[in-house]
Design a protein around this ligand. Structure first.
Ligand code: PLP
Length: 430
């Protein structure tokens, strides 16, 4: 058993300071039990906690760290930028540089606006969609998480499901009434919503690779159907690519499925480990945004030079030829290795690119939230605990996905495969 006494002490103190001892709910280990591990440092694919335990990390700060921790190029560029000051509230050329890097390598958007989080990106994109269409209703899918903005905390992802709430207190009914929620992968439900609310739906928002409530992969056909129904109803299609953007390829899910959404939101990887989000669209839609247009959206630290620098340094490395292919090869190696030794038939691994999800199910396909059996989370709880004891760190919820980074080595993957073998043996005893 690993030592956790320092983390335990820190968590006791943290509970005096913060609700539940954390600054974001899933960190609290509530769904896997025990005490959150307090991290002291990270390097490449490894993290060390305050009790000096070392782990191979597959959380990657929940997705942003596609190059692993403390990437030397990112750090030295950030350090250089910081020497000249950290924020001006005035334009810098670094914003142009990051925008150019993205726009010249991504044909799905022509103009972009930087914000400071994924939540902010989505919140702004929805406001733009409403402003552009002059309509108020939005349609989202059960099990898709789009950040914690009021009108989107309706049947959202893991943090909420894990705690058994389908929605949040403090969100007025009048907001929720503007949000239509339907099942993923369910065309009839979408058709019905468009029939019922004809000419009222400003946008359909979806995680094209739903990865916040398990990995609920959608067929290209369903996404194409959404594209078509939006076009014929003059409704905007928003791809929330805060996780999938720059993760399953530089052009994200739009590129992977070759579907042109009307607005795309980004976060996580785009900031190289710093707080950055963005939304982009064609010129006509983006020109609705203030000060060009009448949709207001602003931010004191938007386009922050330090964060822009980290984003440039990280995305530049993502653009290297074969970057995504190598990442996917590693992920396949890991998954095949785990499954080869798998003696627990309920354990399934779903994946896309370098995103993977461990599910405990009889089903061979899980593509909507209702297909996940809440009782199966007991298995994840055991697995998570045993993996920690075998030096592997996964995000502390069975509804969360894991990420392989460019820093993971074959030795890391082999160690992880062995750790899984040991952990799965414990699962069988339970
Ligand atoms: C993480 C995430 C968000 C929220 O981003 P924050 O930076 O946590 O505000 C929104 N949408 C998706 C798809 C996400 O994965």
């Amino acid at each position: 058993m690993i030592q956790t006494s320092n983390s335990e002490k820190l968590f006791q103190k943290a509970k005096e300071f913060f609700p539940g001892g954390v600054n974001s709910p899933v960190r609290a280990f509530k769904s896997v039990g025990g005490t959150p591990i307090f991290i002291k440092k990270g390097s490449g694919s490894h993290i060390w906690d305050e009790d000096n335990n070392e782990f191979i990390d597959y959380c990657g700060s929940w997705g942003p760290l596609i190059l692993g921790h403390a990437n030397q190029t990112v750090l030295s560029k950030v350090n250089e930028t910081m020497q000249n000051g950290t924020s001006f509230g005035a334009p810098t050329k670094l914003e142009n540089e990051l925008a150019n890097l993205i726009l010249s390598n991504n044909p799905y958007i022509n103009k972009i606006r930087f914000v400071s989080s994924g939540t902010e990106a989505v919140m702004s994109a929805i406001r733009v969609a409403r402003g552009f269409t002059n309509r108020s209703k939005i349609l989202k899918f059960e099990g898709c998480y789009h950040g914690h903005a009021d009108s989107l905390l309706v049947k959202a992802g893991s943090g909420l499901v894990t705690f058994g709430n389908s929605s949040s207190a403090g969100v007025p009914d009048s907001f929720v009434n503007e949000t239509i929620t339907v099942q993923l992968n369910n065309k009839e439900a979408v058709l019905k919503a468009f029939e019922t609310y004809k000419n009222e739906i400003a946008c359909v928002i979806i995680e094209p690779v739903p990865a916040n409530n398990g990995l609920l992969l959608q067929g290209k056909e369903f996404l194409t159907f959404l594209r078509d129904i939006c076009t014929s109803n003059k409704t905007l299609l928003i791809f929330d690519e805060v996780i999938s953007g720059f993760r399953i390829g530089f052009t994200g899910a739009a590129g992977f499925y070759n579907i042109q959404p009307d607005i795309i939101t980004y976060g996580k990887i785009i900031g190289g480990g710093f707080p950055v989000g963005a939304y982009g669209a064609n010129v006509e839609i983006m020109n609705c945004v203030s000060p060009e247009g009448n949709v207001y959206q602003a931010g004191t630290l938007s386009g922050n030079p330090v964060a822009m620098t980290a984003g440039i340094a990280q995305l530049t490395q993502c653009l290297h030829p074969n970057f995504y292919k190598e990442l996917e090869d590693k992920t396949n190696y890991l998954i095949e290795g785990i499954l080869k030794n798998n003696s627990f038939p309920l354990l399934k691994i779903f994946k896309l690119g370098s995103i993977f999800w461990l599910a405990f199910s009889n089903k061979d396909k899980i593509n909507n939230a209702d297909d996940i059996d809440a009782n199966s989370m007991q298995y994840f709880k055991t697995l998570h605990y045993e993996l920690l004891n075998n030096g592997v760190y996964l995000g502390p919820s069975g509804y969360e996905v894991g990420f392989v980074s460019a820093a993971h080595t074959i030795q890391d993957l082999d160690k992880t495969i062995l750790a899984f073998k040991n952990a799965i043996n414990k699962l069988k005893l339970n």
